[in-house]
Design a protein around this ligand. Structure first.
Ligand code: CTP
Ligand code: MG
Length: 230
């Protein structure tokens, strides 16, 4: 089975509230999107790579990635799931149902190559695929629906994980699961959720908790620090 990389980069970065989408902010003078793609392709040089971009994107041509012949682009969509499905459809002429598709947020530049390699190794011959995830370390409180600022109980965190990316699934199953979720209008925020909706049971592979998704301004300095340690 071949390996394909999809790096959704069609978001607007509303929570970052910067002058451009957050993937085009710089950490150590390099675009976040360039850092993410450089690190992914260094670890997985044989994979085909496609990046969904917004139709209003004016920054892509100024990236290093735009002049890398290994990287293709396609149109993004309104939601992340639409962006990923567009990329899967763009791969349709060459991808086979049993191929692996690795989806990784453009906004996670701190992904470590040992995490990438461990995920692919653990997923190995799995029929469906899996995701990097990190065990929850905080104590979690359930608020009362009647009084949103009042604790009603403490949630047992022993079986709770934070979903990270990359998430890697079989091409045909992921395409059908995303299409199904979009057809049914179910809101999903990662590929695993679409697979779960379709009745599959993705594998959880423990990943580094410093594989952060850059979301708010404070994450920029944190990403710079983490990248300096990797
Ligand atoms: N993404 C995408 N297409 C969308 C929405 C998001 O390709 N329609 C991408 C983003 O560019 C990002 C990744 O999915 O790399 C994770 O999404 P998120 O962190 O939510 O990014 P944004 O949607 O841009 O941020 P926000 O939710 O704060 O607006
Ligand atoms: Mg978003």
């Amino acid at each position: 089975a071949s390996l394909w990389l999809i790096v959704p980069a069609a978001g607007v970065g509303q929570r970052m509230a910067a002058a451009c989408p957050k993937q085009y902010l710089r950490v150590d003078s390099e675009y976040i999107l360039d850092i993410t793609l450089r690190r992914l392709l260094a670890a997985l040089p044989a994979a085909g790579c496609i990046v969904p971009l917004s139709s209003t994107d004016i920054w892509w041509p100024s990236t290093n990635a735009s002049s890398d012949g290994r990287i293709a682009t396609c149109a993004g969509g309104n939601e992340r799931a639409n962006s990923v499905l567009n990329a899967l459809q763009a791969l349709a002429p060459t991808a086979k149902n049993e191929d692996w598709v690795l989806v990784h947020d453009a906004a996670r530049p701190c992904v470590a190559s040992d995490d990438l390699k461990r995920l692919l190794k653990k997923v190995g011959a799995h029929s469906v695929g899996g995701l990097l995830a990190s065990p929850v370390t905080d104590t979690l409180k359930m608020a009362s629906p009647q009084a949103p600022n009042t604790v009603s109980s403490t949630i047992d965190r022993r079986h709770l994980w934070r979903a990270l990316t990359p998430q890697v699934f079989r091409y045909g199953l992921l395409r059908d699961a995303l299409q199904g979720a979009l057809n049914q209008g179910v809101a999903i925020t990662d590929e695993a959720a679409a697979m779960e909706q379709a009745g599959h049971r993705p594998l959880l592979v423990e990943g580094r908790s410093d594989n952060i998704k850059i979301t708010v301004p404070a994450d920029l300095a944190l990403a710079g620090f983490i990248l300096g340690q990797l």
